[in-house]
Every structure is written in C-alpha cells, then in structure tokens.
Design a protein around this ligand. Structure first.
Ligand code: SF4
Length: 458
C-alpha cells in the first residue's frame, strides 16, 4: 500500500540557495556539480589538452535559461560550488563578461568552459521532461561521458535512467502518499502532525529531534534575512526590464498607515515583495517550495513572528504543516512551473502557507486540509509567463498575491465549518495534475505567450 511512500526531507523542500529559480538555477547547479563528481571518477589516462565540456539545454531551460541564470548556475556547479554555500556576489559575476573562461578541475588538469560551451536548443529534442539538460565531456569528437539530467522543480533533479521518486532504503514510521493516509495515521495513533512529521524526518535522516528543530529555526532565519535585506534595498533589479524594487517603499507606507485596518496586509505585501525581489536579484533565498515562490512563506512567517508574536515552537509547527502540503503536491502532481504553470509554484506555496496559518491557529487537521485545498483551488490554471524570462513580472507581485490568498484561505477554512468543504485536498491535487497536463507548453515557463508577449510595453 505504501510502496511509494513520501520520503522527502523538509530540508530538501526548504533549501537555501541563490535565486532566481530553483528549477533553472539550483537544479542545474546541482546537476553540474554531479557531473563534475562523475568526470572525476574517470581515470587520469583520459587527460588531454583537447578535452572540452559541452552543455545542451532543452525545453523550458532553453527558453528561459538565460534570464533565469541557468548558464551561470551550471558554470558554478562545474566549479564545485553548491547552492547552500554559494557566494551570491561572486555568483552574479559569472559570465558577466561573455569572453571569460572558467577552469573546471578534472583531476589535476583544467578544462576551460565559457559562454560558447552552451547550446540553447529550443524545440530541438522531445525530451521526457520540460527542464532537460545534457552535459558531455568530449575529447575532440569522442564522447567520454554524457549525462542527461531533469530539473523537476524546487531544486530537485534526477538523471536519465534513475527514478524520479527513488525508493528510500529506510521506511518512515508513518508512511503516507495522500492526505487521507496522513489523516488516518493521526486519527489512529492519536499523535499530532508535528510529532508524526518529526518522527518521519528523524527516521529518514538519522538526525536528532534537537538538531532538526535547530535546522528548521535556521531555515526560518535565512528566510527572514532575505525579507530584511529586501526591505532596505532600493536598487534596480538585474536584467533588461530595469524593474525597480517596490518593497522598501511599501514598507515605509505600511509603517505610516500602522493604525489603519489595511496595514497588516500592506506589511505582508512588503515582506513578500522583499524576499521575492531578493530572489529576482540572484541573492540567497530559501525554496518554499521553489525559488520563484520564495516570497510567500517568508512573508507569512515574518508576519506571524513580528506581528502575531508566535513562539519559535509554534512557528516550527507551521513549518511542518507547510511541509506536509508541499510533500503531497510534489509527490502527486508537481511543484515545477515548467510542468504545472504557476499553480505549481505560487499555488503550492499559497496552499502551504494557508495550512501553516491554520495549523498554528487551530491544530485542527481538517481545517488545515480545507485551507490548503482552498489555496490550490483558487490557483488552478494559473499560467507561467515571465516577461523576458526573468523571475520578476509577474512573479514578484504574484508572491504577495499568493500570500494574501493564503490568509483568506485560512479565514475561509477557520471561520466556517470545514466539514462542509466538498473538495478534498487529494482531489484538488488530481485536478491540478490534469490541468497542468492539459495546459499548453506556451504557458509553462517558456515565455512564449501571455504576459511575456507584453514585454515591449515594459
Ligand atoms: S510566473 Fe510563477 S511559475 Fe513562472 S517563473 Fe514566475 S513565479 Fe515561477
């Protein structure tokens, strides 16, 4: 019954790394790092002065990879950088000068890669995943090593020939694949969601409760640092749109309007914009569950910490609720904009935040399910059409909208009677998956339609 039980760690869902896109930046960086490890498994007898590395990008990676910094991320990975230890200042300098060459270490030999090593192969290969990249190590025309990688959203990757959901050798004590199964454990065992999620996390990672809690606090800290930086930075965002940051202005307005009933929403908007603008600038953010959607949960958690004064323990409870929802969407549909459109990114983030708010306030799992279901339901069909391939328009404001919707989903779920909710969370995920499948490729992170075509008006 549980052969495909969810075995994702909370720290795989909430990952620290540079913006602007988990599928186009963090995933490719991890893939390139993996390729670097693989080539260094080859014998030194392969060393030659004519070695070269070629990188082929397909699907959405070829369409929006430039604006999303995919080439920069791949070079960083080939240089041995990992997303969570990446210096954003150095990262943003990669390929600033297109003539620059970067030395990739193959044992004690260096192979130069540069802008010419990349091939943006738009529409040339009907790859099995929307975000596909192929890395090759060649000696003249002989291919010494080739790997095909799929970046499936949220910074998750897998290689051709591997399983997208590999079976973990360790079985979690409370296996589940659906909300129904998750709730059955809670009802049967009479434990809280936090206890269940912690028990699974400890079993899967072998890490102690104390360490896990410290790491969750650390993730929240990274999120809130992004919000704080974004509230102060007034610089224009990188890229050809020349978009001005809005968060500092909104934050000032919110402080001046602090006695009005709207003020908490303006604060929330400012917090979400701040983290999203940091992401758009290529600075360090936390995938929640993706980089494109890295403003919703940081905005909500900054609000509940600083305005509602929630304790660290209550905030952690919220993180477990958000993680449970993120796991279920990732496992049963997808959190990738290239597969689901924006409902996979902002829709999922909004549902996670709605679950967080509801679980923190009520500890009622049925109300939490309703809030998450409402969060997804009202993002169904939302397209991904970023202007110029940058994670800026509509992405930044969309994070603020996703957070406000999550707050309303929380109010709708908790002000009424959640037993009257007709659509289950499991059902809405099925609808999401089917909708994503039916959606035209033009609306799935390719910048070929919708708002992306209004770029000339910007
Ligand atoms: S439109 Fe949504 S899914 Fe697409 S890049 Fe922007 S935030 Fe991500």
């Amino acid at each position: 019954m549980y052969s495909q039980a969810i075995t994702t760690s909370i720290f795989d869902l909430f990952k620290v790394g540079p913006g602007p896109s988990s599928s186009h930046t963090i995933g490719p960086m991890k893939a390139a790092y993996d390729f670097l490890t693989e080539i260094n498994r080859l014998p030194t007898s392969f060393i030659s002065e004519t070695l070269q590395i070629e990188i082929y990008l397909y699907g959405s990676l070829s369409a929006t990879g430039k604006g999303h910094g995919t080439d920069r991320a791949i070079i960083a990975g080939l240089l041995g950088w990992k997303p969570d230890a990446c210096d954003p200042v150095k990262f943003l300098k990669i390929l600033k000068n297109t003539d620059d060459k970067y030395p990739v270490k193959f044992h004690n030999h260096l192979i130069a890669v540069n802008a010419d090593s990349f091939h943006f192969e738009r529409g040339k290969y009907d790859s099995p995943h929307a975000n596909t990249m192929v890395l090759k190590l060649k000696d003249e025309s002989t291919i010494l090593l080739e790997h095909e990688y799929y970046s499936i959203g949220g910074g998750f990757i897998y290689r051709k020939g591997e399983k997208q959901h590999p079976k973990n050798a360790i079985n979690p004590p409370y296996p589940y694949t659906s909300m129904k199964e998750l709730k059955a454990h809670l009802n049967r065992e009479k434990i809280s969601l936090t206890e269940l999620m912690l028990a699974n996390e400890m079993a899967l990672t072998g890490v102690s409760k104390k360490e896990i809690e410290q790491k969750v606090d650390g993730i929240l800290d990274f999120m809130h640092k992004a919000v704080k930086r974004g509230l102060k930075d007034k610089r224009v965002l990188p890229g050809t749109i020349k978009l001005r940051r809005k968060a500092p202005l909104l934050y000032e307005r919110a402080k001046n309007l602090a006695i009005t009933s709207d003020s908490f929403l303006i604060f929330l908007n400012a917090y979400c914009l701040a983290a999203s603008e940091e992401n758009a600038a290529g600075n360090i953010v936390v995938t929640a569950p993706t980089s494109g959607a890295s403003g919703v949960i940081p905005g909500i958690t900054y609000l509940i910490k600083n305005h509602f004064h929630y304790s660290p323990s209550l905030m952690r409870d919220g993180m477990w609720a958000a993680a449970a929802i993120g796991f279920l969407v990732k496992h049963n549909a997808s959190i990738s904009g290239a597969e689901m459109g924006c409902m996979g990114e902002i829709g999922t983030a909004s549902a996670m935040a709605a679950a967080m708010l509801t679980y923190c306030a009520t500890k009622d799992i049925n109300a939490m399910e309703s809030a998450a279901e409402i969060g997804i339901e009202h993002h169904l069909g939302m397209t991904c059409d970023p202007i110029g391939g940058y994670v800026q328009i509509p992405c930044i404001e969309r994070n603020a909208m996703g957070a406000v919707k999550s707050y309303n989903a929380f109010l709708l779920a908790t002000s009424g009677d959640s037993s009257l909710q007709k659509i289950s969370f499991d059902s809405v995920i099925k609808v999401m998956k089917a909708t994503g499948k039916d959606m035209s490729k033009k609306y799935k992170e390719t910048s070929e339609a919708g708002l992306a075509l209004s770029a000339t008006e910007c």
